[in-house]
Ligand binder design. Structure first.
Ligand code: IPE
Ligand code: IPE
Ligand code: MG
Length: 251
């Protein structure tokens, strides 16, 4: 039985963000090296990107590597970077076939030169696509992003390009690396961890949070469908009362 047909396509989240967690534990459960888990995690990425595009989701942000992940053992970091380069190279034709545009957020300059080069190339080659926007968060953390935005705002004020009185939420948003994307309505975290781990702290102010025990390498389209269905059963109130929301829906 497929859950997909139960999804209301008119109430689809425009933007889904995912903290892809649990690769290491998945591998350890099988007596394997952590990198084996990351390798299998790529299969899930493929399936979820395809599943999101099939449904008509417009933006999918995947947290693939955090600022804090640089502190992992060197061997794991190197392995992850190699996997990243290899995967991007391989996936460009599929992205183009499915009309998917690749975007990246994060402190990309910290990535190895060949990873930066492959990313630039893939971003360029998919830049004309108008279907799903796939946003990879790499060497990303929200505090890094917010501090960076603050520095740029201060610099612009100093140079007279911006007045302090002009700063509002819209202006602030335009200094974030996500400026081109709407805020996520749904945030999913796999692997039974109930935390945000420095991901999109500003942007998820009103996101619906969905946590699942499923480890990332086991996460497939039907798990995504389950999360979306769960999201569609919720009442999003944005500070208002339930009655106010229902009245708006009727009128
Ligand atoms: C998520 O899986 C992938 C990255 C953070 C790169 P983990 O590697 O964090 O897996 P666990 O949490 O140790 O199981
Ligand atoms: C969050 O996972 C980062 C990514 C999924 C890329 P972590 O495994 O690094 O998070 P913590 O350390 O458990 O909070
Ligand atoms: Mg983890």
């Amino acid at each position: 039985m497929s859950l997909k047909q139960d999804i209301n396509l008119e109430k689809l989240p425009k933007h889904i963000a995912i903290i892809m967690d649990g690769n290491g534990r998945w591998a350890q459960e099988r007596g394997k090296d952590r990198l084996f888990g990351h390798l299998h995690g790529v299969e899930s990425v493929r399936d979820i990107v395809e599943g999101s595009a099939e449904l008509g989701v417009k933006y999918l942000t995947l947290y693939a590597f955090s600022t804090e992940n640089w502190d992992r053992p060197q061997q794991e970091v190197v392995g992850l970077m190699e996997l990243l380069v290899e995967t991007i190279k391989k996936e460009v034709p599929t992205l183009n076939k499915n009309n998917i545009k690749l975007n990246v957020i994060g402190d990309i300059h910290l990535l190895p030169a060949n990873a930066q080069k492959e990313l630039d190339e893939a971003i360029f080659q998919t830049s004309k696509n108008e279907g799903l926007n796939l946003i990879m968060a790499l060497s990303y953390s929200s505090r890094w992003e917010i501090v960076n935005a603050t520095k740029s705002i201060a610099q612009d004020v100093l140079e007279g390009k911006l007045k302090v009185q002009e700063i509002n939420q819209e202006i602030f948003n335009s200094y974030l690396s996500t400026k081109l994307f709407p805020d996520p309505e749904l945030l999913i975290r796999t692997s039974g961890e109930y935390r945000i781990s420095n991901f999109l702290l500003y942007q998820i102010a009103y996101a619906e949070l969905y946590f699942t025990e499923v480890l990332w390498p086991d996460f497939r389209k039907h798990n995504l469908h389950e999360a979306i269905l769960n999201y569609q059963q919720r009442e999003r109130r944005f500070g208002k009362t339930g009655d106010q929301i229902k009245n708006v829906q009727i009128s």
